[in-house]
Design a protein around this ligand. Structure first.
Ligand SMILES: C[C@H](O)[C@@H](O)[C@@H](O)C(=O)CO
Ligand SMILES: [Mn+2]
Length: 585
C-alpha cells in the first residue's frame, strides 16, 4: 500500500539558526506521522504507514535524499511540515504525480506560515498544485499538538491523496462491453489512463462459460458456497406469470451457475493462488483489478442467468468465506459509475450501493397514486434508487452504531450484522421478460435515516470527465405508500428512498432539480456525508465538480485553485482543472 512521506523542512543556515530549529522541526514531523497513523486506515484494513525523511530538509541535496528514501519505501503521498522559514523551491517536493500538502505551523517566533505561502507560490508557478494547511490560531513555538482545524485538513488531504495513490497502476476490468447502448459502459481509455493512472483490461463474457465448462474454479469452495447460499440466501417470491415460471430443478441449476459466476468474476479481478495449485497458472494471476463491470444485458442475460447475485454478493462485505473487503463491481459495465463507487470505497472503507436513479416522486404524484401525503424528511419528494444487480447487501442498513443504521468498514461488522443483512434480503427469481436466462435478483428495502452521498462521473466530449455529488439521507416512508410505488416498478429489485440536502439554489433548489440535473441513469451511493472528500479527491485528479451541495467551509482544494478566482468557486474549479490537465496526461 502507498505510504505517506513526511518532509520536515528547515532554514538551512547553520551556526545557530538551523541548530536551534532541528528538534522542533523533527518533532512536528513525528507528531504529524503519529496523528496520521493513528487516525487512518486503508480500505483493505491495513494500517497507514508514514515514512519520515532521515534528516530535516534545508536545501536541495537533502530534498533529493528524502526523495530517494521515499522512492525506496513506496511513498505515494507527501506532507511537508515546518515551523520556520525555509527556502521554497530548494526544499519542496517536485514529483509531479505525487499528491502533496504543506503544513506551515502558525507561530510567531519563527515564520512557518511565511514559508508555506512562499512554497505554495513556488508550487503554483511550477504547475505542481499543492494543498496548504495553515492553522487558524497561533501556537507557541514548542507546541507539537495539532489543532483541530489542522487535523481536519490533514485527514481530508491524506485520505483523498492515499485514494489517488492506491488507484494508480491498477486495472478496471471490463467483462463484456456495452450494455444496451449505455455509454458509461464504454470503458474510456483516456479517462482511466489520463485521469486515474489506471489501465483497462477486457475479457469477453464467454470466459465465464469456458471456466464453468472446463471447471476452472475451486470445486471445494464451490461446494462450501452452495451450502452457505442454501442456508443464508432465502429465495423470494417468483413474480413471473405462473405458466412461465422455471421449475424447481431449473432454479436449483441456476443457483449453482450464479455462484460459479461470482467466484469466477472475483478470480478474474484479483486472481486466486489456488487455481495455480490446480494447474491454471495463467488464470491464477487475475487482472490486478481494483474495480470491474459486467455487461450482462443483453447477450448474456438473454440466454444465461443474470449477474445480479454475483454483483450483489461481491459488492457486499461478506460471503461464504466470511467477512472481507467488498469488491467494486458495476452492473451493466457502467464504468463511469464504477469510478465514484471506487472513490467512495477508498474514502470511507465501506461497501457501495449501485443503483439506477430511477424516479423522482413529487409529493403531488405520490398523493395522486396513493391518496397519501409524504411527510417528515420525505415531505419535499423522494428519489427512487433501484436497480437489478449490484447494490451491496450492506445497503440494507442492518448494521448499527449507537442504535443507528450505518454501513461499516468490514473489520467493524459483526457476524450478527451479516445475518441481519442476509435476513433482510430475498433473492427473487429474475423477471423473465427482462432476463430470459433467469437468475436471481436481490430484493431489500434500505433502512431510512442513514446519511449518504450519491455521486456520479459523467464525460463530455471536449471537456473530459466531471463529477456530480449530492449529499442526503436514506428515508423511511410508510409501508402502504412504499408498496404502491414499488409495485409500479420491478418489485424484485432493492429499493433505497433518497432525499438530497436542499440548498434552495440551482441544482439543489428542490428534489426535482437534483433528479433533473443527474447526468446519467446511475448513481453510486456511499455511507456518510463525504462530498468534501470527493471534492478534494477530484481536485487532485483535476476532475471538475459540476454540481454539489457541500458547505463552503468544508471544501479543501489545492492552493492554486484560489488563483483562478475566489468569488465563484465552481468556475474557478473548471478553469484550474483545465489549466493543469489530467494528473497522468
Ligand atoms: C432490466 C432493465 O433493462 C434494467 O437493467 C434497466 O432499466 C437499467 O437498469 C438501465 O440502467
Ligand atoms: Mn441500470
Amino acid at each position: 500500500m502507498p505510504k505517506i512521506g513526511i518532509r520536515p523542512t528547515i532554514d538551512g543556515r547553520e551556526r545557530g539558526v538551523r541548530e536551534s530549529l532541528e528538534e522542533q522541526t523533527m518533532n512536528l514531523a513525528k507528531s504529524a506521522a503519529r496523528f496520521l497513523e493513528e487516525n487512518l486506515c486503508h480500505a483493505n484494513g491495513l494500517p497507514v504507514e508514514c515514512v519520515i525523511a532521515d534528516t530535516t530538509i534545508g536545501g536541495v541535496a537533502e530534498a533529493a535524499m528524502a526523495e530517494e528514501k521515499f522512492q525506496k519505501e513506496g511513498v505515494g503521498v507527501s506532507l511537508t511540515v515546518t515551523p520556520c522559514w525555509c527556502y521554497g523551491t530548494e526544499t519542496i517536493d517536485t514529483d509531479p504525480l505525487r499528491p502533496k500538502a504543506i503544513w506551515g505551523f502558525n507561530g510567531t517566533e519563527r515564520p512557518g506560515a511565511v514559508y508555506l505561502a512562499a512554497a505554495l507560490a513556488a508550487h503554483n508557478q511550477k504547475g505542481l498544485p499543492a494543498f496548504g494547511i495553515y492553522g487558524k490560531d497561533v501556537q507557541d513555538a514548542g507546541d507539537t499538538s495539532i489543532p483541530e482545524d489542522v487535523q481536519e485538513k490533514l485527514l481530508k488531504f491524506a485520505k483523498a491523496a492515499l485514494a489517488t495513490a492506491t488507484i494508480k497502476g491498477k486495472s478496471y476490468l471490463s467483462m463484456g462491453n456495452v450494455a444496451m447502448g449505455i455509454a458509461g459502459s464504454i470503458a474510456d481509455e483516456e479517462v482511466f489512463q489520463n485521469y486515474l493512472g489506471m489501465r483497462n483490461e477486457y475479457v469477453d463474457m464467454s470466459e465465464f462459460i469456458r471456466r464453468i465448462e472446463e471447471g476452472i474454479y475451486v470445486q471445494e469452495e464451490f461446494e462450501r458456497a452452495l451450502k452457505w447460499v442454501k442456508e443464508n440466501c432465502q429465495e423470494g417470491q417468483d413474480n413471473n406469470p405462473q405458466e412461465e415460471q422455471q421449475s424447481r430443478k431449473e432454479k436449483d441449476q441456476q443457483w449453482k451457475f450464479v455462484i460459479k459466476m461470482a467466484m469466477i468474476a472475483r478470480d478474474l479481478m484479483i486472481g486466486n493462488p489456488k487455481l495455480a495449485e490446480l494447474g491454471y497458472g495463467e488464470e491464477s494471476h487475475g487482472h490486478n483489478a481494483i474495480a470491474a463491470g459486467f455487461q450482462g444485458q443483453r447477450q448474456w442475460t438473454d440466454h444465461f442467468p443474470n449477474g445480479d447475485f454475483m454483483e450483489a454478493i461481491l459488492n457486499s462485505s461478506f460471503d461464504w468465506n466470511g467477512i472481507r473487503e467488498p469488491f467494486i463491481l458495476a452492473t451493466e459495465n457502467d464504468s463511469l459509475n464504477a469510478i465514484p463507487m471506487l472513490f467512495g470505497h477508498l474514502l470511507t472503507n465501506t461497501a457501495q450501493i449501485f443503483a439506477d436513479v430511477r424516479t423522482y416522486w413529487s409529493p403531488a404524484a405520490v398523493e395522486r397514486v396513493t391518496g397519501k401525503k409524504l411527510s417528515g424528511m420525505a415531505e419535499n419528494g423522494i428519489i427512487h434508487l433501484i436497480n437489478s444487480g449490484s447494490a451491496t447487501l450492506d445497503g440494507t442498513g442492518q448494521q448499527s452504531k449507537d442504535e443507528k443504521a450505518v454501513m461499516k468498514p468490514f473489520w467493524e461488522i459483526t457476524d450478527n450484522e451479516v445475518d441481519k443483512c442476509l435476513q433482510a434480503t430475498s433473492w427473487c427469481p429474475a423477471s423473465l421478460g427482462y432476463f430470459r436466462g433467469g437468475g436471481f435478483s436481490s430484493q431489500f428495502l434500505t433502512k431510512g435515516g442513514m446519511p449518504v452521498t450519491m455521486s456520479r462521473m459523467n464525460s463530455v466530449k471536449g471537456l473530459g470527465p466531471v463529477l456530480q455529488i449530492a449529499e442526503g439521507y436514506t428515508v423511511d416512508i410508510p409501508a402502504d405508500i412504499h408498496d404502491i410505488l414499488n409495485q409500479r416498478t420491478d418489485p424484485t429489485w432493492p429499493t433505497t428512498w433518497f432525499v438530497p440536502k436542499l440548498t434552495g439554489k440551482n441544482a439543489f433548489k428542490d428534489v426535482y432539480s437534483v433528479m433533473n440535473n443527474w447526468g446519467a441513469n446511475h448513481g453510486a451511493i456511499s455511507y456518510g456525508h463525504i462530498g468534501d472528500l470527493l471534492i478534494t479527491l477530484a481536485s487532485i485528479l483535476r476532475i471538475p465538480v459540476n454540481m454539489h451541495n457541500i458547505e463552503e467551509e468544508r471544501i479543501f482544494r489545492p492552493d492554486a485553485w484560489n488563483l483562478f478566482g475566489t468569488k465563484e468557486q465552481e468556475g474557478a474549479d473548471y478553469r484550474a482543472c483545465q489549466n493543469f490537465g489530467p494528473l497522468y496526461k
